[in-house]
Design a protein around this ligand. Structure first.
Ligand code: TRP
Length: 353
């Protein structure tokens, strides 16, 4: 795909990604997103967005957002996203996102938005719970588009369900560029390899408020208890019964978090024939996950003990994003002729009375 605009600083290619800060992150976030971001930040200049404008029920959730934003920031620092090379961005700290959203909303048809499968599903959800659909519901996809276009991101790491959003983003950028000249980079989506992790209850995907999550900040004791309580093969009553590995959450977690492939293969083989108990499988899973989460926990706690430094990280990333956004916004405003005072009185358009 050809790029329409070069990096303004002639520097590295950029990514923009992020999440809605509604609470602490769990190991599903790590497997599905953060692990990929960690690799990408080495190669791309990275903007990690805390999308506080986009938390649903915005006004009802303010205390949760304030808290969640801090929690997510600590999680990011804990896993090793590096504020020395990447930008942590508070969305509402860059009002240019909001302004660009307003401008771009003229370049996306409501029909296109309503055909987006994710939005369609969310809208149906909203309507069945009998709530009024706030106008913000239609703003938020445009807000995402502006999140991506404002830092001129080349690449957007996302979940598969978000790909239609990238398509809409390209569409808007193409339409704008065609009309006003090269302004925005056409971004591409990158889907991670790991599908969404199932919750410890085995019932559905892991969710922050679903009561089925292992959080990155969970203590060793909490982790032990959660792993012990994990759902396994419900048809298996005794350790000597042959068990099913496929679709068994305990083994999905082994695959995702236990680097000792030999151990995992051995456990799977013995599970299938009924020569290993759930207790041992879980105990080894606990040990593997604890070895993985231990350093994250420590780094997180270290940052947590230095709240001023955390605040500095957020302030710096947000300020840098704003600094970079301003010239682009100027360009957009003048493309849209929103620069009334730069020239003298305008000539009357043809046919003016
Ligand atoms: N909607 C994403 C989420 O679920 C967060 C987000 C906001 C985002 N803007 C974005 C992701 C832009 C990628 C690109 O939580």
């Amino acid at each position: 795909m050809s790029e329409m605009v070069d990096a303004p600083d002639g520097g590295r290619r950029r990514i923009l990604t992020g999440l809605r800060p509604s609470g602490p992150s769990h190991v599903g976030h790590y497997a599905g997103a953060f692990s990929q971001w960690l690799e990408l930040q080495e190669e791309y200049e990275s903007f990690f967005l805390l999308a506080d404008y986009q938390v649903s029920d915005y006004a009802d959730n303010l205390p949760w957002i304030r808290w969640g934003l801090w929690e997510v920031t600590l999680d990011w620092l804990g896993v090793g996203l590096d504020p020395n090379i990447s930008h942590f961005v508070i969305e509402s700290g860059v009002p240019e996102f909001a302004e660009l959203t307003l401008h771009l909303s003229w370049f996306l048809g409501l029909g296109h938005l309503q055909r987006n499968p994710t939005l369609k599903a969310e809208l149906a959800d909203l309507e069945t719970t009998n709530k009024t659909v706030p106008v913000a519901f239609f703003n938020y996809p445009v807000m995402q588009i502006s999140n991506i276009l404002l830092p001129l991101a080349h690449l957007v790491p996302v979940g598969e369900d978000q790909l239609p959003h990238i398509e809409m983003t390209r569409d808007v950028a193409i339409r704008f560029n065609r009309r006003f000249g090269e302004t925005f980079v056409l971004p591409e989506g990158r889907v991670g390899e790991v599908p969404r992790l199932v919750g410890i209850d085995g019932k559905g995907k892991m969710g922050t408020s679903a009561g089925n999550a292992i959080f990155l900040k969970d203590s060793e004791e909490t982790l032990r208890a959660k792993v012990r309580s994990m759902f396994t093969d419900p048809k298996r009553l005794r350790a000597t019964d042959p068990g099913t590995v496929e679709g068994n959450p305990v083994f999905m977690y082994h695959d995702a978090f236990n680097p000792n492939i030999e151990e995992v293969d051995d456990l799977k083989a013995r599970y299938r024939v009924g020569t290993v108990g759930d207790v041992e499988v879980k105990d080894r899973l606990f040990r593997a996950m604890n070895a993985f989460l231990g350093p994250i926990r420590e780094r997180r706690a270290d940052w947590e003990s230095r709240p001023d430094d955390v605040r500095d990280v957020l302030a710096a990333g947000t300020a840098e994003t704003k600094r970079r956004a301003e010239p682009l916004l100027e360009q957009v405003r003048s493309a849209l002729s929103l620069d009334y005072l730069t020239d003298g009185p305008p000539p009357a358009p043809e046919g003016a009375p």
